[in-house]
Design a protein around this ligand. Structure first.
Ligand code: SF4
Length: 374
C-alpha cells in the first residue's frame, strides 16, 4: 500500500449554487480569493513545519469550483506544495466546471503540473442538467474534454449522477454513451442525495424522484454498462480503466494520512481526524482544527476496506488488530460473510470479503452488521 501523504486544497468559490449542492462554497470575490490563496500558502508552510514535510504524492484541488481561481494562483500553490512535500511523480487533480471557457486555462494549469481533471458532467440530458441547475450544457462537456486532451492532460474523470428527477434507464444510457464517447480514464457515479436545506430538497415533493427500487435499477444498469465498456468498479461509486483508479481518493479508503486545507476540509493524520469550520472568514483569521474522532480503528478499517472492491482480508485484519480480534470474532465475521454471500451481496473466498454490485447498494447495513461483531 502506498503510504505517502495526500494533500487536499478546498477552493470554496462557485458562480452560483446548484440546486442539490451542500458543499461549502460562496460567490467568487477576487480580493477574497487573493487573501484565501495567500492563507493556503501560509497554511502549507505551517503544516510543513508541524509534520516535518513528509513526501506527498497526491494534490487535489476540490471545491467549490477550483477553476475559478487564476491559473497563476494554482501554480503558486503547486510550487509551494512541491517545495515542502516533494510531490514526486504526483497525481495532481483539479475539479473543473465545464461551463467555463477553459481552453487557455487548462494549458496553463497543465504546464503548472495539473495532470488529472475531474469534470462534472452529471448528465448528458439538458433537461436533467436544468433540474440540477447546472450551468453547463452537454456540448460544454465535450468541448472541455477535447480541450483537456489538447492541453496534454492524459487522465480525465467524469462525474455522473444517478437518481436525478425524471431519470430513466434510457436517459442514463445517453449519459453513459456520452461518457464512453469522451473516453475518460475514470468515471464516478454517485446517487443523488437530497440534502436538507437545498432548493432540490425543498421542492422534492413536486419532483418525480426515482424510488429506492428505481435507484437500485439505475445503479445496477450503470455498473453493467460501464463494466461492459472496460471500466471496473473499484469502489462503491467509482469505476476506472485498468491502472487509472484515483490515487488520491484511494488514500481515504485505505486509511492513509491526508491533510485537507480550507474551510470544510477534512484531514486524518496519525490516527487523528479533524476538519475546519464552514466559514471562510474564520479560516482567513485563524484556522482552527476541530477534532472529531480517532482514525485507524478496527471498525473504520472494516468500513473503509469494504467500500473498495479489493475488500477486507480477514487474515490481514486479524494481523493488524491483534488486541481486538481473536479467532472467535474472525469466525463470526466469516460466518456472517458466508450468509451474505449466499444472498449474492458479497463475494467471500474464506479470507476476502468484497461487496458485489448488489451488495454495494446496501453497503451501510452490511457494514453495520459486520461491525456489530467486533
Ligand atoms: S459547481 Fe459543484 S460545488 Fe459549486 S454549487 Fe455546483 S455542485 Fe456545488
Amino acid at each position: 500500500m502506498n503510504s505517502n501523504l495526500g494533500l487536499y486544497i478546498h477552493i470554496p468559490f462557485c458562480v452560483c449554487k446548484c440546486a442539490y449542492c451542500d458543499f461549502y462554497s460562496l460567490p467568487l470575490n477576487g480580493d477574497v480569493a487573493n487573501s484565501y490563496i495567500n492563507k493556503i500558502i501560509s497554511e502549507l508552510n505551517r503544516w510543513g513545519g508541524i509534520l516535518g514535510c513528509p513526501p506527498a504524492d497526491t494534490l487535489y484541488f476540490g471545491g467549490g469550483t477550483p477553476s475559478l481561481v487564476k491559473s497563476e494562483q494554482i501554480k503558486t500553490v503547486i510550487e509551494k506544495a512541491k517545495e515542502l512535500f516533494v510531490l514526486k511523480d504526483a497525481e495532481i487533480t483539479m475539479e473543473v466546471n465545464p461551463a467555463e471557457n477553459l481552453k487557455e486555462y487548462l494549458c496553463e494549469v497543465a504546464a503548472a503540473g495539473v495532470n488529472r481533471l475531474s469534470i462534472g458532467l452529471q448528465s448528458a440530458n439538458d433537461d436533467e442538467l436544468k433540474i440540477l441547475s447546472r450551468r453547463h450544457t452537454v456540448s460544454d462537456v465535450i468541448k472541455c474534454v477535447k480541450e483537456a486532451r489538447g492541453a496534454g492532460i492524459k487522465n480525465i474523470s467524469l462525474d455522473i449522477m444517478l437518481g436525478i428527477p425524471n431519470q430513466t434507464k434510457e436517459s442514463l444510457k445517453r449519459t453513459i454513451d456520452l461518457c464512453l464517447e469522451c473516453q475518460p480514464e475514470h468515471i464516478s457515479a454517485y446517487l443523488l442525495s437530497l440534502e436538507k436545506g437545498t432548493p432540490l430538497y425543498n421542492k422534492s415533493s413536486e419532483l418525480n424522484i426515482p424510488s429506492d427500487d428505481e435507484a437500485v435499477e439505475l445503479y445496477l444498469y450503470a455498473a453493467k454498462l460501464l463494466k461492459n465498456a472496460g471500466y471496473e468498479r473499484y469502489e462503491i461509486s467509482n469505476f476506472a480503466k485498468s491502472g487509472k483508479t484515483s490515487r488520491h481518493n484511494t488514500k481515504y479508503w485505505q486509511g492513509v494520512d491526508y491533510l485537507g486545507l480550507g474551510p470544510a476540509a477534512h484531514s486524518c493524520l496519525k490516527g487523528k481526524r479533524f476538519y475546519y469550520d464552514r466559514d471562510i472568514n474564520a479560516y482567513l483569521q485563524n484556522p482552527k482544527e476541530i477534532y472529531d474522532g480517532v482514525g485507524g480503528t478496527a471498525e473504520e478499517r472494516l468500513m473503509l476496506s469494504l467500500r473498495l472492491t479489493s475488500g477486507l482480508s480477514l487474515k490481514a485484519f486479524e494481523k493488524e488488530f491483534p488486541d481486538i480480534l481473536n479467532q472467535n470474532i474472525i469466525n463470526r465475521l466469516a460466518k456472517k460473510a458466508e450468509l451474505f454471500a449466499k444472498n449474492g451481496l458479497v463475494s467471500f473466498d474464506g479470507d476476502i470479503i468484497s461487496l458485489t454490485d448488489e451488495g454495494a447498494l446496501v453497503s451501510n447495513s452490511i457494514i453495520a452488521d459486520l461491525a456489530e461483531l467486533l
